[in-house]
Every structure is written in structure tokens, then in C-alpha cells.
Design a protein around this ligand. Structure first.
Ligand code: TXA
Ligand code: MG
Length: 314
């Protein structure tokens, strides 16, 4: 990856316009929210989203939270319902992320949801974040802006310490007030607490007049993602150097195959294509052979996902 001169932008008009323009051009921008600094990318741009994983050095693809400026924008991407409306009335803008079914024609990269048919979405309670989201006029995918395995950043300097040279810019608007990630609530359609965070579970129970089933800590920290992650129905065979009768081949690099993750052997492009290609090949109903993917950079996250797709399931 080339080293970038990371811009240190301030919460002034010219800099906000610059940050919005960078996002619209598929660049990565660190930005403040009330919880922690997020590492933002246009959620419709698969290459930009792949670059989030690359910059963070994430060894696996977790689905990401998409940030929007208001409920009307959220409704463009998810199937809204009454429970979501009650929660949004009470907690948005704020540190509550809702997981809802994706809407048809949502236009988001499949890498944002790691191939799931649900989307985590929230409206941050932060004036600068909201101005940026409106100026960018794009759904912004953003995990915390720290290298994988390091603590979440609550100042722009933390972001620079971890990611300078790897992202186009950080938008500095001082320290985050909450300092802890958002609470994540599944509404698909059962109400399920997926992660504790900035909004207390008691407040959610109060708003909905229900008692949340307390997920065990293990369930929360290793979010049901392992099982809920998209897995093809068909058998998946990895590191395939040949194609066997009846199989379809998912290629990488120059080769004859049914679909190619990246003809140029580009791991960012391969990551951006991964879930769409798996879905498309799965639709053929045939077993899927997958060409070897180098275990470097984003190749590690791709291989992690492929190993889980190939693992025997019960
Ligand atoms: O406060 C926050 O939420 C911060 C700021 C930047 O907004 N963002 C954040 O993002 O913490 P991240 O990527 O670190 O956390 C995303 C988590 C995933 O690890 C996963 O647990 C959950 O959100 N998630 C995302 N999409 C999901 C889905 N469709 N189903 C279940 N869980 C999902
Ligand atoms: Mg994080």
C-alpha cells in the first residue's frame, strides 16, 4: 500500500468540504462521533470499504456500521418498522445502532454487511459528524479508527498515532464525549442486544416496555456473527489448483474460471468482490472451488472468510 500524507483537518467549513469530497472520491477519512472516532468510507464503494479493512489490518471481515444523518436517510437502506421508529425517536441521534433487514435496491457494497442481508445503522449525536454526513451525501461505513487489536480512538491524535500514512485525512473536533462504542440492538425481527455500549440496556427496555433477554457476555463479545455470517449452501473447496467435474471455479489472478476475484491479483479488488461472487456462484447450486489466495495483506481476511465458508456445518 502506498503511504499517504494524512491531512489533519479541523471542523471549519473549508475542511469539512474537503473531508466530504475525499469520502465521495472513495478515500478514507477519520471523523469524530460522540462515541469514538470512526474510520469512514462511502459504503456504496466496495474498494473504499476494502481499504478500511486494509488500513486497520483486520484479519477478518466483520460487518460494519453505516452512519447516516437522519431517519429519512436510514429508510433508504433498511426495512423500517415501528420498533425502530420508537427507538429512533428516543435515542437518535445517539449511541444506539440498529440492525435491520436490508432494503431492496440499497446499493451498498456487500463487504459492508459481510454478505449478510441485514445492516447495522445509526445516526451519531455529533454536530460535526452530522454536517460531514450531509455534505458527503453518502452512507458512511465506519468502524472505530484504530488498527485492529488496538484500543478505540477518542481523539484525532489517537487516530493519527495508529493510522497516519494509511488514510487520506482525519477530521479533528476534539475528544469524544461518550468514549465507548454504540450499543448494538438487533431487530431482525426479534429484539436482541448484540453489544453493550453508550446507551444502557435499561433505557432500551424502558422505551420498548420489554425485558431484554440478557445475552451471555461470550455471546455479546463474540457476536453471533460466526453463525450469522453468510455461508454458501454449496460445498466449498479451497486452494484448488484444478477444477473437478461439476464444480464452478472462483479464480484469482490470470486464469480460466467462472468468476474472478481479481484478474490483476489485486487483494483490495478481491475483497470488494468476495461476497458478491460467492453469492453468484452459490446460485448455480454447484460446488465451489476457490483458487489459492496469497496469505498477505487483505488476503488474510479473505482466507479467513473462505475457511469459514468451507468449514463443515451442522
Ligand atoms: O460507536 C460505534 O458504534 C463506532 C462509531 C465509529 O460509530 N463504530 C463501531 O464500529 O464500533 P465497529 O465496526 O467497530 O463495530 C461494528 C460491529 C461489528 O463488530 C458487529 O458486531 C456489529 O457491529 N454488526 C454490524 N453489522 C451487523 C449485522 N448486520 N448483524 C449483526 N451485527 C452487526
Ligand atoms: Mg472497534
Amino acid at each position: 500500500m502506498t503511504t499517504l500524507q494524512t491531512l489533519h483537518l479541523r471542523a471549519i467549513e473549508a475542511d469539512l468540504n474537503m473531508a466530504a469530497q475525499l469520502l465521495r472520491n472513495g478515500q478514507l477519512v477519520g471523523f469524530p462521533t460522540e462515541t469514538v472516532y470512526g474510520l469512514g468510507a462511502d459504503a456504496r464503494d466496495g474498494t473504499a470499504v476494502a481499504n478500511i479493512y486494509d488500513a486497520k489490518g483486520r484479519p477478518s471481515f466483520n460487518p460494519l456500521i453505516v452512519h447516516v444523518p437522519d431517519v429519512a436517510s436510514a429508510k433508504r437502506y433498511v426495512q423500517w418498522n415501528n420498533t425502530a421508529q420508537i427507538l429512533a425517536d428516543r435515542f437518535w441521534p445517539g449511541a444506539l445502532t440498529l440492525v435491520l433487514p436490508l432494503r431492496d435496491g440499497h446499493g451498498l457494497s456487500s463487504l459492508v454487511t459481510a454478505g449478510l442481508n441485514t445492516l447495522a445503522i445509526r445516526v451519531p449525536n455529533h454536530g460535526t459528524a452530522l454536517r460531514l454526513l450531509r455534505l458527503a451525501d453518502a452512507p458512511i461505513a465506519a468502524p472505530s479508527a484504530n488498527p485492529s487489536g488496538r484500543i478505540s480512538p477518542t481523539t484525532a491524535q489517537h487516530v493519527l498515532d495508529g493510522l497516519a500514512g494509511k488514510i487520506a485525512a482525519v477530521l479533528d473536533d476534539g475528544p469524544c464525549k461518550v468514549g465507548l462504542e454504540s450499543t448494538i440492538l438487533g431487530l431482525t425481527p426479534d429484539v436482541a442486544l448484540l453489544r453493550h455500549g453508550g446507551v444502557e440496556s435499561e433505557q432500551i427496555e424502558d422505551a420498548l416496555g420489554i425485558t431484554l433477554t440478557q445475552s451471555t457476555p461470550e455471546k455479546i463479545t463474540a457476536p453471533g456473527q460466526m453463525e450469522s455470517h453468510y455461508a454458501p449452501k454449496a460445498h466449498v473447496r479451497l486452494d484448488a489448483s484444478n477444477i473437478e467435474a461439476g464444480e464452478v471455479l472462483l479464480g484469482f489472478g490470470t486464469m480460466n474460471c467462472d468468476l474472478n476475484l481479481s484478474e490483476h491479483g489485486d487483494l483490495i479488488e478481491a475483497a470488494a468482490n468476495l461476497f458478491d461472487h460467492l453469492h453468484a456462484l452459490d446460485k448455480t447450486g454447484k460446488p465451489i472451488a476457490v483458487a489459492p489466495i496469497p496469505q498477505i495483506g487483505l488476503g488474510r481476511a479473505i482466507n479467513d472468510r473462505l475457511r469459514r465458508a468451507a468449514a463443515p456445518r451442522g
